[in-house]
Unconditional design. Sequence first.
Length: 98
Amino acid sequence: MYIPLKPLFSRHKGIGVQFTDEPTGNLDSKSGNIVIQALNHINQELGKTIVMVTHDPKMASYCSRLILLKDGVILDDLKNSGDQEVFYQQILGKMTEL
């Protein structure tokens, strides 16, 4: 499957940042996994920063840091210890709390 991507990163002195808004929102699960794996590779292997907005706790569990917002107010700032499943459960717990 080919997923066309717009240029991902702006460059200013070699620094690249990707802003994504619900990058997997309208995709089936297989295509969504391809996109999130590509973003994860770009972040981990190429050292690029990705800022992602999502309502999907599974997609959020791939992040190294998660900032929970409501009505423009920061409710919590979570850091991923490296275990995606544990982080996913932590996110679900926080969502239930809120």
